[in-house]
Design a protein around this ligand. Structure first.
Ligand code: ADP
Ligand code: MG
Length: 263
């Protein structure tokens, strides 16, 4: 086989992926370095629409870096990341396109402290999307009701509990009507009694068919909601399975060790 025909086949294969509307995110042979540090190694991950994926693994294994690469908060150096058919490259227009469709919720809620809850929710729709203020506010109230805190609309983030602030952060993402939601340990900074109210919102999103990738240590949530659990260690995906088999029959020694420590 000549190298040119091999190249042709690669191009055809990637074009097929791009046109495949059932694929939400396709990560192919992806590597990332922080300076000399090889943080993600040969990641292959195809996320279908409507999938609910939990990413687990020890601290430092690259979970945050992986999902941050999916909306270009971090840049990968090798391989491909294709989100809703758009390949992430240095092209700012593409990055913009992808970020329109991908919402992200962080461990620390990242709300603007000097803006009211309502203003936090309408800021991006008004200034990034050009949505008229009245319409943006109506949408914001809709999602505040959805996360069960419409009565907090005119307060400031500092006046809310951690669980309420995280629900605001989720509502803020939803105001941009994303097709995919990425969660990076959304309950890790919360007091235990507030974890449930945030997980309940995430569960209801899952039930409505949202494509979700959640980095979390909440294994009850994984069992209940995920269709697939991905286990990372030292920058690699070393095991993945449906939750039932992931928990009852972990294959890899490092997965077994991890589960024995957290369950
Ligand atoms: P996890 O989310 O699984 O805890 P991270 O993706 O945050 O893992 O980090 C993976 C590894 O990369 C860790 O060793 C971390 O120290 C390192 N790292 C994370 N962010 C940076 C950065 N901005 N610069 C250099 N190293 C980083
Ligand atoms: Mg992390």
């Amino acid at each position: 086989i000549s190298s040119s025909s091999a190249e042709e086949r690669t191009i055809n294969a990637s074009q097929m992926k791009v046109s495949d509307t059932d694929v939400a995110i396709d990560v192919v042979g992806m590597h990332k370095w922080y300076g000399d540090f090889h943080v993600l190694r040969d990641i292959d991950l195809k996320v279908m629409r409507g999938e609910r994926i939990v990413v687990a693994g020890p601290s430092g294994s690259g979970k945050s870096t992986l999902i941050r690469c999916m909306n270009r908060l971090e840049e990968h150096q090798q391989g491909q990341i294709i989100v809703n058919g758009t390949e992430l490259t240095a092209d700012l227009k593409r990055i913009d396109e992808v970020r329109r469709e991908v919402g992200m919720v962080f461990q620390h809620f990242n709300l603007f402290p000097h803006l009211t809850i309502l203003q936090n929710l309408t800021l991006a729709p008004i200034w990034v999307r050009g949505t008229p203020q009245a319409e943006a506010e109506a949408t914001a109230m809709h999602y505040l009701e959805r996360v069960k805190i419409p009565e907090q609309a005119n307060k400031f983030p500092g006046q809310l509990s951690g669980g309420q602030q995280q629900r605001v952060a989720i509502a803020r993402s939803l105001c941009m009507q994303p097709k995919i939601m990425l969660f990076d340990e959304p309950t890790s900074a919360l007091d235990p009694e507030m974890v449930k109210e945030v997980l309940e919102v995430m569960i209801s999103l899952a039930e409505e068919g949202m494509t979700m990738i959640c980095v979390t240590h909440e294994m009850g949530f994984a069992r209940q909601v995920a269709n697939r659990v991905i286990f990372m260690d030292q920058g690699q995906i070393i095991e993945q399975n449906d939750p039932e088999n992931f928990f009852s029959n972990p294959q890899h020694e490092r997965t077994q060790l991890f589960l024995s420590q957290i369950l």
